[in-house]
Design a protein around this ligand. Structure first.
Ligand code: ARG
Length: 408
């Protein structure tokens, strides 16, 4: 057993569960708590969290707006790779964890704390993501994972503990929570309860930030996204900071019912789980980034990126953001983006986003070469030898197989 922690930096949301954790750290572990609340665009007021921490006797409270850093240094680098996990998930939860963990470790160093604590349960990916990040950044830090350590057996035990310690229990938290939500500027994820039968369609009330496609406006909305070196920098010609740009895309995507996903995925720890994701802005961004790459990225570079992407997505999903192999892949991805600049026009309509045009001063698209009209730059007879040599081994195989009687 490690020594009892003296001072713990808690990732504190201000919600019921992390308030119970806060009290538990103080009362059961006898630790001094430093509360850290980050604004990652989850859409909640943060000042109430400060007040609650104060009421619980916390002296050192960090409430920080990390939205720009989140989008600029985590979301955008990930989108340069067109990252999707298991073909569909845009990793909205996974990409937020490394930033929270990084700030927790920095705060631990600033305040002389010897431990860090998160509120992720013992069944999910998030405990792994938090703890791999903590240990990558400080191999000696003590980690407290209350859900794996305390002996509350049920939700009822937890509520009783809260009441015993004067923690306010909102009326809607008395029964079982309808589902568990994680939200930030990139997405909202909902899991559990109403969603636990993967054969049942998710009820409409699960959706938090997108309208149903069938209720979206009947007229399409066109937008133009400007890119520089692989990152989006403007919407309809207006330059926006990373967080404001993503916020604007979320409004547009939400209004047009874009970015809903019902997914049954493989968790790193081995079980399958079903979740509902809403990633309105991210879904537009992914389409737009692919659109600008289509016109600016070399085919070989594009295909290599597409091969590397699933591995890169898995590293982020599994919590290896701070690993050398993730950084190596990032370097390769970033190297491909120097010329990925220009504008993409997109049509948002009833749940779908489609690229309708792309333009770039760095274009590799050559009308002279591709035109069906007469051209002077390309000699069609060059294709004779190209095909002849590419077909050579196929012909040799086919002849051998014909001789040996193999029919296909
Ligand atoms: N399954 C998603 C992931 O591992 C989301 C997890 C958190 N979501 C939640 N509703 N608690 O990235």
């Amino acid at each position: 057993m490690a020594d009892a922690p003296k001072k713990v930096v808690l990732a504190y949301s201000g919600g019921l569960d992390t308030s119970i954790i806060l009290k538990w750290l103080q009362a059961e572990l006898g630790a001094e708590v430093v509360a850290f609340t980050a604004d990652l665009g989850q859409g909640e007021e943060l000042e109430p969290a400060r007040q609650k921490a104060q009421d619980l006797g916390v002296k050192e409270i960090f409430v920080e707006d990390l939205r720009e850093e989140f989008v600029r240094d985590y979301v955008f680098p990930m989108f340069r790779a067109n990252t999707v996990y298991e073909g569909q998930y845009l990793l909205g939860t996974a990409i937020a964890r490394p930033l929270i963990a990084k700030r927790q470790i920095e705060i631990a160093h600033e305040t002389g704390a010897d431990a860090v604590c998160h509120g992720a349960t013992g069944k999910g990916n998030d405990q792994v993501r938090f703890e791999l990040a903590y240990l990558a950044l400080d191999p000696d830090v003590q980690i407290i994972s209350p859900w794996r350590q305390w002996d509350f057996g049920s939700r009822t035990d937890l509520i009783a503990y809260a009441e015993e310690h004067g923690i306010d229990v909102p009326a809607d938290k008395r029964g079982e929570a309808p589902f568990s939500i994680d939200a930030n500027l990139l997405h909202t994820s909902s899991e559990g309860k109403a969603l636990e039968d993967p054969g049942q369609e998710a009820p409409e009330f699960v959706y938090q930030r997108t309208v149903a496609p069938e209720d979206a406006p009947d007229t399409p909305h066109y937008i133009e996204i400007g890119f520089e070196k692989g990152d989006p920098v403007s919407i309809d010609g207006v330059r926006l900071s990373p967080a404001s740009l993503l916020t604007r895309l979320n409004e547009l995507g939400g209004k047009h019912g874009i970015g809903r996903l019902d997914l049954l995925e493989n968790r790193f720890i081995g079980m399958k789980s079903r979740g509902i994701y809403e990633t309105p802005g991210g879904t537009i961004l992914l389409a737009a980034h692919r659109g600008i790459e289509q016109i600016t990225l070399d085919g070989g570079a594009m295909h290599l990126k597409d091969e590397l992407m699933p591995r890169y997505a898995e590293l982020i999903y599994n919590g290896f953001w701070f690993s050398p192999e993730r950084k190596m892949l990032q370097a390769a991805i970033d190297e491909s983006q120097h010329m990925v600049s220009g504008t993409v026009r997109l049509k948002l309509y009833k749940g779908s986003v489609s690229v309708t045009g792309r333009r770039s001063a760095r274009s590799l698209y050559s009308l002279d070469h591709v035109t069906f009209e007469d051209d002077v730059v390309y000699d069609q007879s060059d294709a004779d030898g190209f095909i002849e040599l590419n077909a050579l081994r196929l012909k040799l195989l086919a002849r051998r197989d014909r001789k040996s009687g193999k029919n296909s």
